[in-house]
Design a protein around this ligand. Structure first.
Ligand SMILES: [Cu+2]
Length: 121
């Protein structure tokens, strides 16, 4: 009796696993169709890649928190009159909430040639 129970639960577990596997397989398809969601996520985030901020110019509304994420293997930082990050290694991110309207120019504290701009309105 116990053996049968074990077999049944093991089978259930396998089905669960298969279900999960199926879900992860369908995920790439999902990210393709709802484009607005993807835009929303990236609307207040800046990616650091290939020694550049992307987008270099970001327009946001007052009170928005901006997230910078370093995708480079090289460390970078965010330096401006209003906000400064620590040194960001690969995969690190920095967040700053902009509560005042204005134009915020910033650069990488390590590589001054890397420049970006946040327009808060
Ligand atoms: Cu840099």
């Amino acid at each position: 009796m116990k053996k049968i129970l074990f077999a049944v639960s093991a089978l259930g577990f396998l089905i669960l696993l298969a279900g999960c596997g199926y879900q992860t397989q369908t995920q790439p398809k999902q990210t393709k169709s709802p484009a607005p969601v993807e835009n929303k996520v990236s609307a207040n985030s800046v990616t650091i890649q290939n020694f550049a901020f992307s987008p270099a110019e970001l327009k946001i509304k007052v009170g928005t928190t901006v997230t910078w994420t370093n995708n480079d293997s090289v460390s970078h930082s965010i330096k401006s009159a209003a906000f400064n990050s620590a040194v960001l290694a690969n995969g690190d991110s920095f967040q700053f909430k902009l509560d005042k309207a204005g134009i915020y120019d910033y650069q990488c504290g390590i590589h001054p040639s890397m420049q970006g701009k946040i327009i808060v309105e």
